[in-house]
Design a binder for this molecule. Structure first.
Ligand code: GLU
Length: 472
């Protein structure tokens, strides 16, 4: 998972936006306002190590668009973090939220560290200090800016963030909504951990369900039997692989930063994940072939390639060699603008990041709503619904003279749990957004789903500004 010189994620995102804007009627001033980042915060702070040495840590929080508040987006811990990357990722959050109709502006944060090199105590110190910097600058809060996990962070870091924020804001009743992706015990929500991968699954499932689109690619509809290669078996890659294979797809390749695995018979996702955790990689895994240069796997034969690691992976250098018919961008920015041109020319379908990985922010939105209302979903109505369905079934049994089986009763009477409702809301969001985007693509007679997604997002953001009378 290499990064090439002179690559700018932010320029790439702006390039995609310009392409979409060229097919719309949008005031150039408004377009410029939409493209720029509204606020850029960079700070350095000292970290005292256990051995008494010190180092200076660099952090960012960039708010791309205030057209809706709060702004929303994850915090990344990686050595690749720099201003350009965070700007690009923040911008992508704006367009992602607009496309899937989640009422937030976009933001992103980052800390330039390799989290693998620090122990939990050091990471806690870094995270709490990072949060304090955000509090000082009023760049975090349930009404202002709501971070979440991203590459290199997870529920543990979010717990430290909410704890620090609450310590500084003891009187704020909505303080729990200052960050999402928290552990359940810290008022997180059921299903957030797997949400992005679950959304990737729903998105790809929708894409392969459209008969005329699949016919154009020379594929049949449905996931069953489709060969999949995944890049990155972290949170997003793992859950994407798990749900895709549970639906009948065959994961034949997995690339990780320290080596890949290739097995045409299909890889058992649980087994390989457990092996990876125990052995810190795939080397020595008893099945399949170990691939020394993981980036090679991107060009192996498959139906669906799912890059779920970092940006800038499919570039002008390897796009031509890609054999997949569909690329599902689970990561943010894995396919460059130049690469996409080559892929579309070859007839490859690219399901864009701004749509495909929106499951994370969608379930974050549900978590934030739960925190603001301070009640978990389903708590009030579950028993009431169960009773109503029980009575309804009794009435049907009396009227027909036929009894339901116990299985039917269980399935019909069961009231919705928080997890059921989260899943239902996520599925609805992903299904609706896919067909909106694909319809826009067909309406504009273009090949690129991404351009269609950006047009839709820009149309919605433009409406926010126009309704305020800003720009003609
Ligand atoms: N980091 C995730 C993303 O890139 C989730 C953001 C969120 O939940 O706010 O979409």
């Amino acid at each position: 998972m290499t990064k090439k010189k002179n690559y700018s994620l932010f320029d790439d995102v702006c390039g995609f936006v310009d392409e979409a804007a060229s097919m719309m009627d949008i005031h150039p001033g408004l377009l410029d306002q939409i493209k720029q980042c509204n606020s850029i915060l960079k700070f350095n702070f000292p970290l005292r190590n256990d051995d008494g040495t010190y180092e200076v840590i660099t952090g960012y929080r960039i708010q791309h668009s205030h057209h809706k508040l709060p702004v929303k987006g994850g915090i990344r811990y990686s050595t690749h973090v720099n201003e350009d990357e965070v700007k690009g990722l923040a911008a992508l959050m704006t367009y992602k939220c607009a496309l899937v109709n989640i009422p937030y502006g976009g933001a992103k944060g980052g800390v330039r560290i390799d989290p693998k090199k620090y122990n939990a105590t050091q990471l806690e110190r870094i995270t709490r200090r990072y949060t304090a910097e955000l509090i000082k600058k009023k760049s975090i809060g349930p009404a202002l800016d709501v971070p979440a996990p991203d590459y290199g962070t997870g529920a543990r870091e979010m717990a430290w963030i909410v704890d620090t924020f609450e310590a500084f804001n003891p009187e704020l009743i909505n303080a729990k909504g200052c960050v999402t992706g928290k552990p359940l015990s810290q008022h997180g929500i059921a299903g957030r951990t797997e949400a992005t991968g679950q959304g990737v699954f729903f998105g790809i499932r929708e894409a392969v369900s459209v008969e005329e689109d699949m016919a154009e690619l020379g594929l049949t509809t449905g996931l069953r039997g489709k060969k999949v290669i995944i890049q990155g078996l972290g949170n997003v890659g793992y859950y994407s692989a798990k749900y895709l294979s549970e639906a009948g797809a065959k994961v034949v390749g997995i690339a990780e930063w320290n080596g890949g695995i290739w097995d045409e018979k299909g890889i058992d996702i649980e087994a390989i994940k457990n092996y990876q955790i125990e052995n810190k990689g795939f080397k020595g895994y008893p099945k399949g072939l170990f691939i020394l240069k993981p980036s090679d796997l991107l060009t192996y034969p498959c139906d669906i390639l799912v890059p779920a690691a970092l940006e800038n992976q499919v570039t002008a250098e390897n796009a031509d060699k890609i054999q997949a018919k569909i690329i599902g961008e689970a990561a943010n920015g894995p396919v460059t603008q130049e690469a996409e041109r080559i892929l579309l020319e070859k007839g490859v379908m690219v399901i864009p990041d701004m749509y495909l990985n929106a499951g994370g922010v969608t379930v974050s939105y549900f978590e934030w709503l739960k925190n603001l209302s301070r009640v978990s979903f389903g708590k009030l109505e579950k028993r009431y619904d169960m009773e109503k369905y029980r009575k309804l079934m009794g009435t049907i049994e009396n009227a027909t003279g036929e009894a339901f089986t116990d299985e039917e009763k269980d399935a019909l009477i069961k009231g919705a749990s928080e997890r059921d409702l989260v899943l239902s809301g996520l599925e609805e969001t992903m299904v609706t957004a896919y067909h909106d985007m694909n319809q826009k693509r067909k309406e504009k007679a273009i090949k690129s789903l991404r351009t269609a997604g950006f047009i839709l997002a820009l149309e919605r953001i433009r409406t926010s500004y126009l309704d305020l009378g800003i720009f003609p």
